[in-house]
Design a protein around this ligand. Structure first.
Ligand SMILES: Nc1nc2c(ncn2[C@@H]2O[C@H](COP(=O)(O)OP(=O)(O)OP(=O)(O)O)[C@@H](O)[C@H]2O)c(=O)[nH]1
Ligand SMILES: [Mg+2]
Length: 442
């Protein structure tokens, strides 16, 4: 389908921009590029993208009459059947614009929901998107109809025969929301069980986060050798993917790739994806991937940190648990490249890499390894009779939380140990000592 993309530039926004010229505020051009990218993500053909100054937002139509007419002509010329407005539209504004332009109109949230809807492939993903969609609809239903309701007068709080159509609709939506929430809860509980089981496997979790299209999946593939879909497309990844991998010093970790973040993500959308993002909250280490070749990357990083904050990772925790990965350095001009590499060297929590060429990735993995060396993992080992000479090594090197001397002479031990000690123990025990099942991988 052919579409026109409009990015409204409100007056306050312009003033604000002038006032804080140094702050990493998004440029209008970057916003336009991103909005076009969103449209491409659902295979729309963007015939035109426009930044539209709005001096006084109209409650009924957002844009003024002159602008509406101008855009109307443009639509005729380019034969576009859809207008994307990169700004929240009230249902009234949406309806009025559709009438005036004789074309379908959607706003930013509507577009993001559409993309998510197409990407969802797991049960959990689908449920989360459906839920976000219903909440979106419900919000619009309530707002658009309140004045009508008031005109008709209340129908009594019990509803019943006198209830208005809108109340019935809203109730219907609410019922479906409750049902979905219950279903999602069930799916999440199952996942938590899996996760608890996984937690017994003594591997720390490393989570990749970042703005959409920053290169998370590419880095994930480079590190793990997995074939996760990585594409120059916004929101290529929706469902989380987990892989087990070995770090340079032999320690095994679990790496997780997740949905990308984007600015102005509506709260109910973030809320719907909470379950998925819980993986990130539980991670021992978070790699925040940034696309350093995007002129807008500082603003994007700000958005990511804000969303992480909303999810409950506060800044102090963040400092200890986040490594910033400055990605796509191969796309920079030589001077900019060298400057970025140098700047990254000077910062303890930053690594500059190219997920595409592999530059800097080994150093990053060394970093991850060092960062995780302090994390103790819990495990249970069973020493057979002929392995009992290792007992003293275990008592000397690991923290022993429990011991069971079995009838057959073997000894089961609940222990905590560092990654290095774990690797050493694994060597001593030989490969046959792998006790945990590893069926959780997906
Ligand atoms: N030149 C260059 N391109 C890269 C690099 N890393 C990723 N890309 C490209 O950037 C685009 C997006 O990469 P993805 O790995 O899909 O990004 P993502 O962060 O997983 O994106 P979403 O899943 O959509 O949130 C792809 O076209 C990659 O080939 C890099 O280091 N250098
Ligand atoms: Mg991805």
């Amino acid at each position: 389908m052919r579409a026109v993309v409009l990015v409204p530039q409100l007056k306050q926004q312009r003033d604000h921009r002038e006032a804080t010229a140094t702050a990493p505020l998004r440029s209008m051009e970057a916003k336009l590029e991103e909005a076009k990218g969103l449209a491409l993500a659902i295979d729309l053909t963007v015939t035109q993208g426009l930044i539209v100054p709005v001096s006084q937002p109209r409650p009924a139509t957002l844009f003024g009459t002159g602008k509406i007419e101008e855009i109307g002509h443009l639509l005729d010329e380019t034969d576009a059947g859809l207008v994307i407005v990169d700004h929240p539209l009230t249902p009234v504004q949406q309806r009025n614009l559709e009438k005036q332009w004789n074309s379908k109109v959607i706003d930013r949230t509507g577009l993001i929901l559409e993309i998510f809807g197409r990407r969802a492939s797991t049960k959990e993903g689908t449920l989360q998107v459906d839920l976000a969609h219903l909440n979106y609809q419900k919000g619009r239903l309530v707002r658009s109809w309140t004045h009508l309701e008031r005109q008709r007068g209340g129908a009594g709080f019990m509803g019943g025969p006198g209830e208005t159509q809108i109340e019935a609709d809203r109730r219907l939506l609410q019922d479906r929301i409750v049902r979905l929430e219950r279903e999602l809860e069930q799916v999440v509980r199952t996942r938590q069980l899996h996760r608890a089981k996984r937690r017994k496997v003594p591997h720390p979790i490393v989570a990749l986060v970042g703005y959409t299209n920053a290169g998370k999946s590419t880095l994930f593939n480079r590190i793990t050798g997995a074939g996760v879909l990585a594409e120059d497309m916004l929101f290529a990844t929706l469902d989380p993917t987990l892989r087990r991998m070995k770090l340079p010093h032999g320690r095994t970790v679990i790496l997780s790739d997740t949905v990308g973040f984007i600015s102005d993500l509506p709260t109910h959308l973030v809320a719907a994806f909470r379950a998925t993002l819980e993986e990130v909250l539980e991670a021992d280490l978070v790699l925040h991937v940034r696309d350093m070749s995007d002129p807008d990357n500082a603003a994007q990083a700000g958005d990511v940190m804000r969303i992480l904050g909303d999810l409950g990772i506060d800044e102090k925790v963040a400092e200890e648990r986040i490594i910033e990965v400055w990605n796509k350095v191969d796309r920079l001009e030589p001077e900019a490249h060298d400057a970025i590499m140098q700047k990254a060297e000077g910062r303890a929590n930053v690594r500059a890499v190219s997920a595409l060429t592999g530059e800097g990735v080994d150093a990053l993995m060394d970093d991850v390894s060092v960062r995780l060396s302090g994390v103790l993992t819990e495990t249970t080992i069973v020493l057979s009779v002929d392995q009992l000479p290792l007992l003293s090594w275990v008592y000397d090197n690991a923290i022993v939380d429990g011991r069971e001397d079995r009838e057959d002479g073997s000894v089961a031990l609940d222990i905590r140990l560092s990654g290095e000690q774990g690797a050493a123990l694994e060597r001593k025990l030989g490969l046959g000592a792998k006790t945990q099942s590893e069926d959780w991988e997906r």
